[in-house]
Design a protein around this ligand. Structure first.
Ligand SMILES: NC(=O)c1ccc[n+]([C@@H]2O[C@H](COP(=O)([O-])OP(=O)(O)OC[C@H]3O[C@@H](n4cnc5c(N)ncnc54)[C@H](OP(=O)(O)O)[C@@H]3O)[C@@H](O)[C@H]2O)c1
Length: 297
């Protein structure tokens, strides 16, 4: 397939290299002005990609957008004028609500949402590390997207495991719930995920999960407090030594994805007139910290 990766950061570079190695024609679309980019994965021989080539973009069968949630609109909308309506758009990022913001503009395309637990790190412009094996779930965002189940084979061949989830909304909410529980607390307190199992966090975690349960149930997601709590605790244990992305973003004073994580929960709660004071307080604290920095990128 002709594939363009928009936003070749850590996750985008990982997929670009894996898809190229699987035999696809892969090009990149980045914010850099270079026309070719070399990328290497885990210190293997570097591979060359064309970058910001409009002809290649226009010829794409599949465009995978791997920017952060708050960058989706700005990265995607200028590219739409070059794409055929048949081009499949796939969005792979944490959080929810970013694709909804551009839903009307992308409606002509088959649109697929992806959520992944693969982990990657980009130490410099030309190299990436695959730091953790995980699972990628795909699901349709719109009616045309439902015809794209074949993408499971395409992606699975490049970087297993990949599944099609007809209930992608449930998968995204489940991931959002884990992010709402882990990210703001680890970011604000600058602690590792495993530190959240300390008793000093238990009351706040329980309150976050309680609020999440009400909102998710109102959204028609079948879940219970006990189920969500077990899930969150499992992830805290399994990723005990990890630094969450929000912890890192806050450490380096970068804009976080809070608007599309806890922010999405709060917006949805408002729609259902559900009170979520604990999540609101954490959201306000992260925003206050973000606003105290001079730069926003
Ligand atoms: N890294 C992981 O292990 C991992 C795992 C699971 C999920 N995720 C999620 O995946 C998403 C991406 O994460 P990441 O770690 O790969 O972030 P990242 O390294 O910051 O990658 C984002 C890339 O998008 C580029 N970009 C931003 N705006 C753009 C634009 N307008 N046009 C073209 N490119 C643009 C950035 O370019 P610059 O270099 O110019 O800033 C950067 O290279 C996030 O939602 C994250 O939460 C990440």
């Amino acid at each position: 397939m002709n594939i363009t990766i928009v936003g070749p950061g850590a996750i985008g570079s990982l997929w670009a290299i894996k898809l190229l190695k699987a035999g696809h024609n892969v090009s990149l679309w980045s914010r850099s002005s270079e026309t070719a980019t070399d990328l290497s994965l885990d210190e293997q021989t570097s591979l060359s990609f064309s970058n910001n080539n409009i002809e290649k973009l226009s010829a794409s069968d599949l465009v995978i957008v791997t920017v952060k949630a708050w960058q989706v609109k700005e990265a995607t909308t200028p590219l739409l004028q070059y794409l055929d309506p048949d081009t499949i758009l796939m969005f792979m990022h944490n959080g929810m609500g970013a694709v909804d913001e551009i839903a009307t503009q992308i409606d002509a395309h088959p649109v697929v949402l992806a959520t992944t637990t693969q982990a990657a790190f980009k130490p410099d412009r030309n190299s990436a590390s695959h730091t953790g094996l995980g699972q990628t779930q795909l699901g349709a965002f719109n009616l045309q997207g439902q015809q794209c189940t074949f993408l499971v084979d395409v992606l699975e061949h490049a970087l297993p495991t990949v599944n099609w989830n007809p209930e992608i909304k449930t998968a995204l909410w489940t991931k959002l719930a884990i992010n709402c529980a882990i990210n703001p607390l680890t970011g604000l307190e600058q602690v590792k995920n495993g530190d959240l199992s300390e008793p000093r966090f238990s009351k706040t975690l329980a309150a976050i999960i309680e609020e999440l349960t009400h909102v998710m149930q109102a959204e028609g997601i079948s879940c219970s407090f006990d189920e969500l709590e077990t899930n969150v605790n499992k992830v805290i244990q399994a990723t005990a030594k990890n630094n969450s992305s929000m912890k890192q973003d806050m450490f380096y004073q970068r804009k976080t994805e809070i608007d599309f994580i806890t922010g999405h929960l709060i917006k949805t709660a408002l729609k259902h007139q559900i009170e979520v004071p604990t999540n609101q307080k954490l959201f306000a604290m992260v925003k206050e910290r973000e606003n105290s920095w001079n730069h926003q990128d």
